[in-house]
Write a new protein. Sequence first.
Length: 245
Amino acid sequence: MEILGLHFKKMRMVYPNDNLIILFDIDGTILDMRFFILFVLREFDRKHGTDYFKNLTVSDIDFHESQLKLLLNRLSIKEQDQIRILSYYESSFFSKLTIKRANRPYKGVFEIMKWFQTEPNTSVGLNTGRPEYLRFKTLSALNFLGKQFGIRFKSELLFMNDAGPDAFIPHVKKKGIEYFRRMGYRVFAFVDNEPENLRAIAEMDEVGEILLLHADTLSKSCKSLLTGNCVSGKEYEVEKLRSAI
């Protein structure tokens, strides 16, 4: 947070009249996806009259949301039952009910976004690998959570994956940077939990003015992909951000 504050201060001095923007990924960066996983699995039990996950807690979820089979193997669930669970999980993960009831933001992240939104000529954008068809649900959920902080996310500041389910997400993130640049914004920082996404942005940022911030939560790509100009951290602390400016 201190490095982010210092970088923002520098960028504002170098580009006093530019519209600056900081970009956030959503899943695993703003939202704690362990609650999504837990909610869907408990819904499976409820709907199917099973008790596979009755004792499961958030602390038991130490894997990326795409790696559920690790948990199913750990629980010694039979293969045919795993197939049923995985099918339900895939179809329900971003259902209207899940998005409405399982959203849990990381502590402090909305305070950080609010602080930047109140700065002159400064905006907060979202650069996500979520598919385009989830735009309305995503905005509704985030604006509901952000309301208590006085935050509102606009559709034009949300870049989503319109390339289909097989899209290479690091490429989607690069397209997101290009999208905001075409809108006239100068991207000064990007926060994401996936090292491969941050590496992709580092490779396209020839000037090196985008500060890359690794949200050290759960990821499926290896941390060794993080580049030298990337800062990793686990906490969003607005006071540390402020103190650096």
